[in-house]
Design a protein. Structure first.
Length: 295
């Protein structure tokens, strides 16, 4: 028979579990309510949005529900083109960044060479510099860079894909995450590979990459979200709809609240689908990366 102390401990444990789940439900609602409001408002006309804004009906698909706002969103903007541009820019930046940043972090964490600690310190220091502080100098630099298009004509970088991709391939925070993870890998793996005659590049491909799935997933998800939501830089360097991304296209909806909600819903749905498909990988990769930071 359990004693009174054991029963009280069991009760306290159950209360703690219940409290933890209630807290998680509350936090989930806090983060989910704005998304629910956006989804529901995208189906309502403006007058219905204003009428329901002071009650719980703002979060419920009731009243004058239709897909008119989505029709307006497609009519006012080339949204499919913007969606394509966002996918191209985000995907190419992430794929290129995974290669460049992981190689840089491997060289900093495992290869011994003079000056690597100084360079690592500069990379860590670069994390705290906001992009807004370097946006204008970077714009002046890319404005003077040449580029050869498919027809062999020398053109500028502005209003192009490369100006939205290349400046963001190397990322200080991504290098730091890779560095922290690579430092935690056992030294015995590298010593054994070196004894077997493997080069550093072979060690990277055959030893490091297969063991680094969590940090690759972390960096890929964080960089994709950052590039997908980017606004300032595309607003500075893009002038035509051919290269505009979804975030810039939002400027078309001045004063059209219902259509803007529909547009934002279309821009948000791919990210939500990506998160729900890779939710487990995202949580696991974030946990692994946080553990690497602690160590």
């Amino acid at each position: 028979m359990p004693t009174a102390i054991q029963r009280s401990r069991g009760l306290l444990y159950k209360l703690a579990v219940i409290g933890r789940y209630l807290l998680m439900i509350l936090l989930a609602l806090i983060f989910a309510l704005p998304i629910i409001y956006m989804l529901v408002s995208s189906l309502k006309p403006v007058w219905q949005i204003l009428q329901d804004s002071s009650s719980i009906r703002a979060f419920l698909p009731v009243g004058d529900i239709s897909f008119t706002n989505y029709e307006e969103a497609f009519r006012f903007t080339p949204i499919l083109r913007f969606l394509f541009n966002s996918v191209v820019v985000s995907s190419l930046t992430v794929i290129s960044g995974l290669i460049v940043n992981s190689l840089a972090a491997f060289a900093l964490s495992r290869v011994r060479w003079k000056g690597r600690l100084v360079l690592l310190s500069l990379i860590v220091a670069a994390i705290i510099i906001p992009f807004e502080a370097i946006a204008i100098p970077l714009l002046l630099i890319v404005n003077n860079l040449p580029w050869i298009d498919a027809s062999g004509i020398i053109v500028g970088w502005l209003d192009s894909y490369q100006v939205q991709i290349i400046p963001f391939i190397a990322d200080a925070f991504s290098i730091f995450l890779f560095y922290q993870f690579f430092k935690r890998l056992p030294d015995e793996l590298f010593d054994a590979a070196r004894i077997d005659g493997a080069s550093w590049f072979q060690i990277f491909l055959r030893v490091v990459v297969p063991l680094s799935g969590p940090v690759y997933a972390t960096v890929a998800i964080l960089r994709f979200l950052a590039m997908w939501n980017q606004y300032l830089w595309p607003a500075l360097v893009i002038q035509t709809d051919e290269f505009r991304t979804l975030m810039i296209g939002f400027g078309y909806f001045g004063g059209r609240d219902g259509a803007s909600m529909a547009y934002l819903t279309i821009a948000t749905i791919p990210v939500l689908i990506l998160f729900f498909l890779f939710q487990r990988s995202f949580v696991n990769s974030m946990s692994a990366s946080s553990s690497s930071l602690e160590n």
